[in-house]
Design a protein. Structure first.
Length: 132
């Protein structure tokens, strides 16, 4: 949950920190999400993006029966992905999984990038079919 817009200047240090912060009343907790049947084509900057906070990882995420097609020849940089501000830059345009716990990708195909999944600071992530 990194924010490109909608954040006050004085909040940026805390919001964009890659270090665990203390959990506050306004810390977003995202859990128990199911995404199914998505067919995304022609993505320019990245195939998909699942990023929680170090102190509040996305929990219990299921992505199933999805196809993501990325235009790897697009001149749009990966860091132009929405909600990317504050994250380390990646060169590959695959599915980014960061600060997630217990994420399952089942029958997910990523077309385009040589390396379809980028997993960082995540645990209990499983990819059952599709690309590996």
């Amino acid at each position: 949950m990194y924010y490109r817009c909608g954040i006050f200047e004085h909040e940026k240090t805390r919001a964009f920190s890659l270090d665990k912060q203390s959990v506050q009343r306004d810390t977003p907790l995202i859990e128990n999400i199911v995404i199914s049947g998505i067919n995304a084509t022609g993505s320019k900057a990245s195939a998909a993006f699942f990023v929680g906070l170090p102190e509040a990882p996305v929990r219990n995420l299921v992505v199933q029966r999805c196809r993501f097609s990325t235009d790897v020849t697009s001149p749009v940089a990966v860091d132009e992905s929405d909600m990317y501000e504050g994250l380390p830059v990646l060169e590959r345009k695959g599915v980014r999984i960061r600060n997630c716990f217990n994420a399952v990708f089942e029958d997910v195909v990523v077309e385009g990038p040589e390396r379809p999944f980028e997993i960082e600071d995540a645990s209990s992530v499983s990819i059952h079919s599709g690309n590996r």
